[in-house]
Design a protein. Structure first.
Length: 426
């Protein structure tokens, strides 16, 4: 293929696969919904998604119609999904949903004659997509999952958590060796990876072209809302962590770093609940910092979370493997810089400004590095002011769905250019 510049595509007929797709949601459902609604501004988009998303999508479109956006609903028969409850068996169900969606995809193409297909959610690179079986250009991603916990951190895991990490590694390895996954990679005109780690694995699978594009972004309206949050009181300096207290989220590292920083006038707030939180509370007690650490239960709405965030200065998010982290973007948009490990999606977000990603070698060295940054922020208010300003600017400039669409549109243009060149050379 000759090296040519991707062309801006005309209005295309696009089939998008978004198993997770719901309005007003975060994580993958939010990615699916925002990708679909934003791309419908530029193309005619048909979204293949789960039938149980129909009610929420229909209610939203009744209030706010999106011209050019259509939905195709599909689920496995009841007899094939009775065992799936909540999060139990979701990965297996998703794999089966993908495999058995082919007749629906084939039938839709026979009617609509799509120009291009795009797999959006789930964003896991090690589960195949049926879309590339159609004879049109295929865009894969943004996908993640190539991020791994550094080996040095395994030694401190409980047996149950170590088994969970090992299961993840095995599932990923098995997925990489599925013929369907390798076919998905080979047939993609371009694959979008959330991190460098995933990009490397996509290249090994045989993708012709791989580009790093963060999976998460913020709607402009959400961004404006966060930008309008008031600055927190100058004192006391407050750090905050938000999310599920899973072992790989690294909250225990943030707590240990806060204790090591020895900041008697600072506080650390943690929004989390569940049985795993008890282990964090035990850790706080053992470190004798209970007077300066406050645990808050999981809040029922984003507005409540933002209300707590408005009283804090710095987000601590030392995740050990994560393709993206929407909480990092939200904190940055509010002018709260993020303190992360130099791993995965969170590090990719803060490295351009608006936070600090500390080196990762061992648990002890990472804790020490996090503590050093906490002390620097506490001792020098100018550092916090600079990082806060950079955080807001970074989100406005590079991390809204509007700016993300420029990356996706470029991928569409490249895919169509490949099709034209392949046609002319045949």
């Amino acid at each position: 293929m000759h090296a040519t510049q991707p062309v801006k595509p005309t209005r295309l007929r696009v089939l998008m696969s978004a198993y997770a797709c719901e309005p007003h949601k975060g994580s993958e459902p939010g990615v699916g919904w925002n990708m679909a609604t934003e791309m419908a501004k530029h193309h005619d988009v048909w979204v293949l998604t789960r039938t149980n998303n129909r009610e929420a999508i229909g209610a939203e479109l009744a209030k706010h119609p999106v011209p050019g956006l259509h939905f195709i609903y599909y689920d496995l028969p009841i007899w094939a999904r009775w065992w799936k409850k909540g999060g139990r068996g979701v990965q297996l169900y998703y794999y089966l949903w993908q495999r058995f969606s082919w007749p629906v995809i084939k039938s839709a193409h026979a009617i609509q004659h799509f120009d291009l297909t795009h797999h959006v959610t789930f964003g896991k690179y090690w589960i195949p997509s049926m879309l590339p079986k159609l004879p049109v250009p295929f865009v894969w991603g943004t996908v993640g999952g190539g991020e791994s916990m550094p080996g040095a951190f395994f030694k401190n895991l409980r047996f149950k958590d170590a088994l969970s990490e090992l299961s993840r590694v095995i599932a990923r390895w098995l997925g990489e060796h599925l013929p369907g996954v390798r076919a998905t990679a080979r047939r993609s005109a371009i694959a979008l990876a959330s991190t460098q780690e995933t990009a490397a694995r996509l290249q090994q699978l045989g993708c012709r072209r791989v580009k790093i594009v963060p999976q998460c972004a913020l709607a402009v309206s959400r961004c404006k809302h966060l930008l309008a949050l008031p600055d927190p009181p100058a004192d006391p300096l407050r750090f905050i962590s938000i999310g599920r207290p899973l072992h790989w989220k690294g909250f225990h590292l943030g707590i240990k770093a806060f204790a090591a920083a020895s900041l008697p006038d600072a506080e650390y707030w943690i929004i989390a609940n569940g049985t795993r939180r008890e282990r964090l509370e035990t850790l706080v007690h053992s470190l004798k910092i209970g007077a300066r650490v406050r645990f808050l239960d999981k809040l029922s709405s984003l507005e409540d979370v933002y209300g707590v965030l408005s009283h804090c200065h710095v987000l601590v998010h030392p995740a050990l493997h994560e393709a993206f982290g929407n909480v990092v973007l939200e904190a940055m948009a509010a002018g709260r810089p993020a303190l992360t490990l130099d791993l995965g999606g969170p590090a990719l977000q803060v490295k351009k400004g608006g936070g600090i990603a500390v080196p990762v070698h061992t648990p002890d060295s990472s804790v020490a590095a996090l503590a050093d940054v906490m002390r620097e922020i506490a001792d020098n208010p100018a550092v916090l002011a600079r990082l806060s300003k950079e955080a807001r600017e970074q989100v406005q400039r590079n991390m809204t769905w509007e700016t993300r669409m420029a990356d996706i549109s470029s991928a569409y243009g490249y895919a169509m250019q490949c099709k034209n060149e392949d046609s002319s050379s045949s």
